[in-house]
Ligand binder design. Sequence first.
Ligand SMILES: [Cu+2]
Length: 192
Amino acid sequence: MAEAPPGPPSSQGSHREAIAATELRWLIAMVGLLALMLAVVVTTSLAHALHPPSNVEVIDPVTLHLSGEFVENNLGTAAEPDGSVTVRVLAQQFGFAPNCLEVPAGTAVKFRLTSPDVIHGFLLIDTNVNTMVVPGFVAEVRTRFEKPGEYAMPCHEFCGPGHHGMWARVLVVPKDQFPALTAIERVRCAGG
Ligand SMILES: [Cu+2]
């Protein structure tokens, strides 16, 4: 059986040209979009110190209450010998422990968080702090608060039926006030 005769060469050629032009337009749009996304990543990284969390550190979510750095007495803000502070927090259904984190202004702050149950989120609006808290891993974020103030700290990863009520706060106090606070006052956000 004879094949259907091909269309006239000129109409086939213009069809191909139209396809090529469409593909080129999509290619340009795609490359443009990729360049824009790359520019956003580079700009936020340089201008706002926003980086993808890079800390890969494992922890056993079953035993973290019993021993190691996330036992109850270690939670909250601890002063380090170099003048910086480390804040240890547990994110669990449906709250943060402690639920108020008191830190000094003008000081390097390292947050270390983990979860014993499901994935939670740690976000401080208007700062570079934004990470997931994944069970089995320690999330670590470094930041610095220049001025005293208060930050709401909502869990921003849906973690179950009580998710909407899961939030805490960070209270930044003047640097000279911080050393006088006891460990208990720090986790209760005395003065806030
Ligand atoms: Cu949560």
